[in-house]
Design a protein around this ligand. Structure first.
Ligand code: HEC
Length: 131
């Protein structure tokens, strides 16, 4: 039941994101706007440099990266468990996660959420540039 709900949400988020990325009528994701949001909010807890962990793990090259895989970062048991089902941070998983980390995945330590779909698409577009 709980897994069905999560899968349903993930599918809905993937569809919403695909719509934003395709730009079919909607605005295309804007990595510059995403960087502005990231610098204002995410940088309180995350570095974009490889190997630099703050309260949260480094987000360098996070898109396509296996979940909970930063060396030397002490992830919550829930995040480690997520790695087994979601495996990799793709755009759809990031979108679902960032919508409300605590609600989507009870037990995850990150409290910060990005409620607006447009903001999430922009942040994910920016994360894709962190190579
Ligand atoms: C208040 C601190 C805080 C803020 C602000 C925050 N995070 Fe996090 N983030 C964390 C913590 C702590 C974890 C580790 C969670 C765990 O182990 O359960 C995390 C984990 C993550 C992960 C998983 C990384 C991995 O290696 O698997 C991603 C992706 C992420 N955050 C993205 C973001 C983005 C994007 C933002 C800004 C929109 C953001 N976070 C804002 C604290 C924060």
């Amino acid at each position: 039941m709980r897994y069905g709900l999560i899968a349903g949400r993930a599918a809905a988020a993937a569809l919403a994101l695909a719509g934003v990325l395709a730009g079919g009528g909607a605005r295309a994701a804007d990595a510059e706007a995403g960087k502005a949001l990231f610098d204002k909010t995410c940088t309180n807890c995350h570095s974009t440099q490889a190997g630099v962990n703050k309260v949260g793990p480094s987000l360098f090259d996070v898109v396509g990266r296996p979940i909970a895989s930063v060396q030397g970062y002490d992830y919550s048991p829930k995040m480690r468990a997520m790695a087994k089902s979601w495996k990799v941070w793709d755009a759809a998983h990031l979108d679902t996660y960032l919508t409300n980390p605590r609600q989507v995945l009870h037990g995850v330590r990150m409290f910060f959420a990005v409620p607006a779909a447009n903001d999430r698409a922009n942040v994910i577009a920016y994360l894709q540039t962190l190579k």
